[in-house]
Ligand binder design. Sequence first.
Ligand code: C5P
Length: 212
Amino acid sequence: MIIAIDGTTASGKGTIAKRLAAHYGLPHMDTGRLYRATAVAALKAGIPLDDADALANMARTLDLADYQEAELRTAEAGKAASVVAVIPEVRQALFELQRAFATQDLGALLDGRDIGTVIAPDADVKLWIDASVEERGYRRWKELRGQGEDVTLEVVIEQLRVRDKRDQSRKDAPAEMAVDAVLIDTTELSIEAAVEKALAAVEAALARGNRT
Ligand code: C5P
């Protein structure tokens, strides 16, 4: 079974993905880490974020074990990730890795922006997780403050708007809901309630799939 979980930044997608993967015993890939690691590698090596060939090369030779979770989760890494994610050569370099993960015998759950549309259009279940930009900004602001970053709520919301726009307007694999995905809006939901709703949506989708 393949489960594809896509959605916007700070929508709760990552937590929902982890919990559903544990529930169904599926190997989980957080595909945003691939783009974040590519961006962090480039920043460390002083490679300009528009050097397509050098960035694709970094993406191809990436070893995620070389990166600390904390350095991948900074606001700077997230922003740089969305800049390198626009480049088709980078997306191509990361495609096979994700596709191989998605099609392994054990089944898989992947979360990202283009899993249901590009990486695994054949997924058994597709969810699109979203929330209002204000609520997502508030969540991300709390997280960043917890990490000691000195940033205002207004700035975080504005950064999310810019990131959403960049992710949704790129030509190659824009972040968009697959036509056959189920939308889960977490704006008013606690994380527990969001996970419950996602689980119910997966169960319903599987039941529908089994009938056809
Ligand atoms: O999900 P996360 O915030 O870690 O992703 C960072 C950035 O990586 C996103 O803003 C997006 O530009 C890019 N990304 C992508 N496709 C994916 C996963 C992430 O373009 N499947």
